[in-house]
Design a binder for this molecule. Sequence first.
Ligand code: GN1
Ligand code: MG
Length: 376
Amino acid sequence: MSDIFGKISQIAEQFSIAGTCIEASIVKSGHINSTYKAVFRQQTGAQRAYLIQKINSRVFPDPDRLMHNIALVTAHLREKILREGGDANRETLTFLQAQDGKYYFRDENGENWRICYFIDDTYSCDYVKNSKIFLNSGASFGIFQRRLADLPGSALYETIPDFHDTEKRFAALQAAIDENRAGRIDTCRNEITFALARQQDCGVLVSMIRQRKLPLRVTHNDTKLNNILFDNKTNQGICIVDLDTVMPGLALYDFGDSIRFGANTAAEDEPDITKVSLNIDLYQAYTEGYLSTAGQSLTETEAALLPFSSKLMTYECGIRFLTDYLNGDAYFKTAYAEHNLVRCRAQLALVADMERKLDIMQKINEKAFIACKGER
Ligand code: GN1
Ligand code: MG
């Protein structure tokens, strides 16, 4: 722990944070970066909390581009929030500049660090406690998308190229199967068969982008439930966090990924797949929340593909876990040897359940889309 204090104090100095670090703890969420919460006491006695993050440089090798996107997006959100009469320090993240004016600091080991204000009196959820919370999540991601609607995608770098290009994710899986780098192929034959049998799904959205049938928007691309901060008092989703993958993308990616994570009756890494299924009431709650804020800006084509995108994003995540398992866990943080395989199995079980429920999902969508159009 004393190591953390020393490191955090060193980083804080680079960002000119006044005072002494009196509390430091690891924030155990996210599969990519390492995050700490630190509280500083100033000479006046006032205290302020910060989030300090070590950026995973294997996943994000270009911190200039990464932080360019985040600075641009948060500035844009800030302006919108202020115009709407909101509290910009609570409703979006505020990153600090290091002494050289950059939004990150590279330490002597070549590790890149960044700091933003910790937003007090909020909480985040790793699972959906009730459908109202999930409805609020949908509304929050819808507002996020609406606020970014006039930010031109061309102003942003593609920090991780082809992030949601499911065809390329499929090709990466095939390469991992061929290479069998970690010698694990015999432990995941069933998962490979299930994944390969759904190749035809992979090209659906990407080919529609190529044919200009779906609009590219500025999207979040990692809309897990725990990437929203809820206000302690109102339980409204107030701030969207984890802006690393904000890039041009599809509204469908954000919708689908939210459903993948939040409408699952079990955790993303539930080992007992009999517990995994799509909670249709939660699906309905999120759909209604999301369409209530973003629905009017969606095209008919987008709205019609929301159920399919839920299945596709779940499948894509499942094959990414499988690929990483076959590659020897090079990408996602894991807690034990089989972790990526367990995550993959849970995702594929959810895909199977969504395939059974696709018709019901479609009906829910049609109804909610008509209702939101009627509110014009
Ligand atoms: C990663 O960083 P985190 O945990 O929010 C991943 C997402 C996956 C998710 C699965 C940059 O997100 O794409 O959907 O794990 N982020 C990146 O839980 O690859
Ligand atoms: Mg993330």
